[in-house]
Design a protein around this ligand. Structure first.
Ligand code: FAD
Ligand code: NAI
Length: 462
C-alpha cells in the first residue's frame, strides 16, 4: 500500500491538470486511469482527434473551393481515408505521450486500472488499496443514449465511432444539431458524404445568439449540409452496413424515414461515475446525475472533491482544466478560483463560432439594459482577402456603464479572437477600453475592435 496527499481518479483535462498543479504545489500525487492512454475523452476521443479531422477536411475544402481563384491550379487532392486516420491517431499519440512526459517530469504516479473508493481516504486499483488524504473524482462523461436507438459504433455511432469509421460513408444522418453533430457533420460533408442533420428544436446550437444561429445554419447549408428541423428521432434500424432513422415532425406529427450508411447520435453527454458507488459513500448527485459539490469542489464527504464533466457546468475541456488547477490550490491550502461567467465556448467548424458571457436573451431575462456593437467581417480587409468575409462580431455592453457583458463571433479565427474579450471581461473593461486599444492591421482582431467602437460612436469601416 502506498500513501499519497492526493489521488485523482481520471486523467482527462480535469484530472491531469489537477495532478500537475498538485505536484507543483509540493503534494505527493497519483492519478488513476483505466484507459490505455492518459488524457481522457478530450485527447483520445474528443477535442484532439475531432480537430485533426476538421483541419484535414478543411484543407481539402480550401483546395477544392479557393485554390483556383488564388491562381493555385492543378489536380485537387483526393481523400486517402486510411492515411487521414493515421494522421489523426498520430496527433492523439503525440498529445497523450506529452501528458505521460509531464507526469514523469512532475513525479506523478500513474496508477493503471479502474479505481474505486472503498471508503473515504482510500482508493482501490486492481487488488491494491492506496491511502489518500484527498481524493479528486475527475471521471468525465459519456454519450447520452436515446430511446429506440441502439449504438453499435459501426453503423449507428456516437462521436467515438464517428472518429474511427471504416470508410467515408456515402450518406450520413446526424441526430442533433449541437456541437458534436455540426463539427463531425462538417468533416464528413467536406469529405464527400451527403449529410442530413435532424434536430429536435427549430434552431441549431441551442442557447446560442439567434443571429449567430441563423448565419451559422445558412453558411453550413451553403457548404452542403442538409437540415431537418423541429424533428424528433424516434428510433433507428440497422443492418451490418445500412441504417434507417425514423423521425416525427413536431409541427404535424407526420412520420418520416431517412436512409443512411452511418447514423451519428449526437444528442448530448452525461456524467460518468460508474463503479464508484457514490451513494454508499454518502455522496449526493444532482437531478441530472452530476456529483453535487460546494464552491470549493468538495462533495458531501470531507476530503473527496469532484471536477470537470462529472459536475455541473459546461462540458468543456478548459472548464475542467480551470477546475483542476483551482481544486489543487484549495487542497494545498491556497485560494482556488474559477470565474464561471467568463468561460468561452467555441465550435471549430469553418467559419468558427465563439461566444462568452451573456446573450441578449439572458440580459433581457435579467431585465438588464444593454447595448449592441456589431461589425461584419465584410468590412475587414484581411477576411475579404482570405475568402472569410462571412460572419460578424457582436459585443454586448451595459447601457449605463459600458462594461462588456458578452461577445458572440462567427467568422475566421473566432476561437482565438474571443480571448481578447475574455481578458477584457476578466479585467472588468468597458467596450471603450477595447475600442481605444491599438489593433494591428490587417488582422481579424480589428473586427473585434470595430464591434467595440460600434458600442460607442460607431465603427470606421462600416
Ligand atoms: P474526461 O476527459 O472524460 O476524462 C475522464 C477520464 O477518467 C477518462 O479517461 C476515463 O477513462 C477515466 N475514468 C473514468 N472512471 C474511472 C475510474 N473509475 N478509474 C480510472 N479512470 C477512470 N471540449 C472542448 O473544450 N473543446 C473541444 O473542442 C471539445 N471537443 C470534443 C469533441 C468530442 C467528440 C467530445 C466527445 C467532447 C469534446 N469536448 C470538447 C468535451 C471535452 O472532451 C470534455 O469536456 C473534457 O474531456 C472533460 O474532461 P474531464 O477531465 O472532466 O473528463
Ligand atoms: P449538444 O447538447 O451540444 O447538442 C445536442 C442536440 O441534440 C441539441 O440541439 C438537441 O436539441 C438535439 N436533440 C436531442 N434529442 C434529439 C432527438 N431525439 N432528435 C433530434 N435532436 C435531438 O450535445 P453534443 O453535440 O452531443 O455535445 C455534447 C457536449 O460535448 C457539448 O455539450 C459540449 O460541451 C461538448 N463538446 C464540445 C465541443 C467544443 O467545445 N468544440 C465539441 C464537441 C463536444
Amino acid at each position: 500500500m502506498s500513501s499519497y496527499d492526493v489521488i485523482i481518479i481520471g486523467s482527462g483535462p480535469g484530472g491531469y491538470v489537477a495532478a500537475i498543479r498538485c505536484a507543483q504545489l509540493g503534494l505527493k500525487t497519483a492519478c488513476v486511469e483505466g484507459r490505455e492512454k492518459l488524457g481522457g475523452t478530450c485527447l483520445n476521443v474528443g477535442c484532439i482527434p475531432s480537430k485533426a479531422l476538421l483541419h484535414a477536411s478543411h484543407m481539402l475544402h480550401e483546395a477544392e473551393h479557393n485554390f483556383a481563384e488564388m491562381g493555385l491550379k492543378g489536380k485537387s487532392p483526393s481523400v486517402d481515408w486510411k492515411q487521414m486516420l493515421t494522421y489523426k491517431n498520430s496527433t492523439i499519440e503525440t498529445n497523450t505521450k506529452g501528458i505521460e512526459f509531464l507526469f514523469k517530469k512532475n513525479k506523478i504516479d500513474w496508477l493503471k486500472g479502474w479505481g474505486t473508493i472503498p471508503e473515504a481516504g482510500k482508493v482501490k486499483v486492481g487488488d491494491e488499496v492506496h491511502e489518500a488524504k484527498n481524493i479528486i473524482i475527475a471521471t468525465g462523461s459519456e454519450a447520452s443514449s436515446l430511446p429506440g436507438v441502439e449504438v453499435d459504433e459501426k453503423v449507428v455511432v456516437t462521436s467515438t465511432g464517428a472518429l474511427e469509421l471504416g470508410k467515408v460513408p456515402k450518406k450520413m444522418v446526424v441526430i442533433g444539431a449541437g456541437v458534436i453533430g455540426l463539427e463531425l457533420g462538417s468533416v464528413y460533408s467536406r469529405l464527400g458524404s451527403e449529410v442530413t442533420v435532424v434536430e429536435f428544436l427549430d434552431a441549431i446550437t441551442p442557447g446560442m445568439d439567434p443571429e449567430v444561429q441563423k448565419t451559422f445554419q445558412r453558411t453550413l447549408k451553403k457548404q452542403g449540409l442538409n437540415f431537418v428541423m423541429g424533428a424528433a428521432v424516434q428510433k433507428t434500424e440497422a443492418t451490418k452496413t445500412k441504417a434507417k432513422a425514423h423521425y416525427k415532425l413536431r409541427k404535424d406529427d407526420s412520420e418520416h424515414v431517412l436512409d443512411a450508411d452511418v447514423v451519428l447520435v449526437a444528442t448530448g453527454r452525461k456524467p460518468y461515475h460508474d463503479g464508484l458507488d457514490l451513494e454508499a459513500l454518502g455522496i449526493r448527485l444532482t437531478k441530472r446525475g452530476q456529483i453535487a459539490v460546494t464552491k470549493e469542489w468538495q462533495t458531501d464527504v470531507k476530503g473527496i472533491y469532484a471536477i470537470g464533466d462529472v459536475i455541473e457546468g459546461p462540458m468543456l475541456a478548459h472548464k475542467a482544466e480551470d477546475e483542476g488547477m483551482a481544486v489543487a490550490e484549495v487542497i494545498a491550502g491556497k485560494h482556488g478560483h474559477v470565474n464561471y461567467g467568463v468561460i468561452p465556448g467555441v465550435i471549430y467548424t469553418h467559419p468558427e463560432v465563439a461566444n462568452v458571457g451573456e446573450t441578449e436573451q439572458t440580459l433581457k431575462d435579467a431585465g438588464r439594459a444593454y447595448k449592441v456593437g456589431k461589425f461584419s467581417f465584410m468590412g475587414n480587409a484581411r477576411a475579404k482577402a482570405n475568402f472569410a468575409g462571412d460572419g460578424f462580431v457582436k459585443i454586448l455592453a451595459d447601457k449605463e456603464t459600458d462594461r462588456i457583458l458578452g461577445c458572440h463571433i462567427i467568422g475566421p479565427g473566432a476561437g482565438d479572437l474571443i480571448h481578447e474579450v475574455c481578458v477584457a471581461m476578466e479585467f472588468g473593461a468597458s467596450a471603450q477600453d477595447l475600442a481605444m486599444t491599438c489593433h494591428a492591421h490587417p488582422t481579424y482582431s480589428e473586427a473585434v475592435r470595430e464591434a467595440a467602437l460600434a458600442c460607442g460612436d460607431g465603427p470606421i469601416h462600416m
